[in-house]
Ligand binder design. Structure first.
Ligand SMILES: Nc1ncnc2c1ncn2[C@@H]1O[C@H](COP(=O)(O)OP(=O)(O)O)[C@@H](O)[C@H]1O
Ligand SMILES: [Mg+2]
Length: 279
């Protein structure tokens, strides 16, 4: 059996169908240590499905997952969390009707020797965590702010800070910038940089290359269930990458004569694809 401990996580030959719909077709995907991977693809490409397999939500029909070289058997959501895989959802990241400090420690409370929640300590720690991981620049925010009053970008910042504080090795962001304003998007990109600085890894899922390119070490393109391209950021300019994406959207291929993608061309879909890669 091949060794896989050179990377943090490796998914090998992953297949997944829902009913008659083949969503993933032999996907090989990995994330290195302290690596930010941009997972790029149009709506319906299978990005979320791949990530749900990685987080134990779905089981693949075929394929294997290796975590730090160890093959995962009987994989589950609980196991993924134990390993240190955290998913930050844009909407479901936090509990809206609670304060920031409650959200940071929810489910992982600091308790006093009497077994009560140590409010003082949790508030102090939250202050420190937010300064360390979020810069805590917003004057309008305090540890006592209700999460419901925060912006979309800030909420994700708190969720990422929480994940970093609890030593997650891999933080997954599924479409973190979709629907956010430019300045909110910038904030989220800043939080992703924080993941990198802290020596951890992330998967940044998006259909917008302009959002992921600045923070990614490597960009992986998923198209209709197959990985059609993979680039180290240092090896390709943004302009070249955009060109490649247009080509994939138009032809289902990265090169004019690269690997076949056995999906019938659908003119209407192609035009939608082209638009979805626009900033
Ligand atoms: N639980 C499910 N049951 C049936 N079909 C699903 C399910 N989840 C995803 N799909 C289908 O799989 C395809 C890929 O979906 P998804 O992984 O969400 O793509 P992406 O995140 O790239 O937009 C879509 O056609 C979607 O309708
Ligand atoms: Mg998705």
């Amino acid at each position: 059996m091949a060794e896989h401990n050179d990377v943090l996580v490796r998914m090998v030959n992953i297949w997944k169908s829902f009913g008659h719909v083949e969503v993933l077709r032999g996907v090989n995907f990995h994330v290195g240590y302290n690596e930010i991977v941009g997972l790029l693809g149009d709506n319906g490409a299978g990005k979320s499905t791949l990530i749900k397999i990685l987080t134990g939500v779905h089981h693949p029909d075929r394929g294997e997952i290796y975590w730090k070289g160890e093959k995962l058997i009987g994989y589950s959501v609980a196991r993924a969390r134990d390993l240190g895989i955290e998913t930050v959802f844009q909407e479901r990241a936090l509990s809206e009707q609670h304060t920031i400090w409650r959200n940071i420690f929810m489910g992982r409370e600091i308790t006093t020797s009497w077994g009560f929640i140590d409010v003082k300590k949790e508030r102090e720690e939250t202050e420190r965590i937010m300064r360390q991981y979020m810069g805590f620049t917003s004057a309008a925010l305090s540890v006592d702010s209700m999460v419901g009053t925060m912006s979309g970008g800030e909420k994700q910042g708190v969720a990422i800070a929480r994940a970093l504080h609890f030593q997650a090795d891999l933080i997954i962001l599924d479409e973190p910038t979709t629907g956010l304003s430019l300045s909110e998007t910038q904030k989220v990109l800043g939080f992703v940089e924080e993941i990198k600085k802290n020596g951890k890894s992330a998967i940044f899922i998006t259909h917008n290359i302009y959002h992921v390119y600045p923070v990614a070490d490597r960009i992986v393109i998923l198209d209709r269930g197959s990985i059609v391209g993979e680039f180290e950021k240092t090896a390709i300019s943004l302009e070249k990458l955009v060109e490649k994406l247009y080509l994939v959207a138009r032809t289902g291929r990265l090169e004019n004569n690269s690997q076949e993608v056995s999906v019938p061309k659908d003119q209407e879909k192609s035009e939608r694809d082209l638009q979805s890669f626009m900033p």
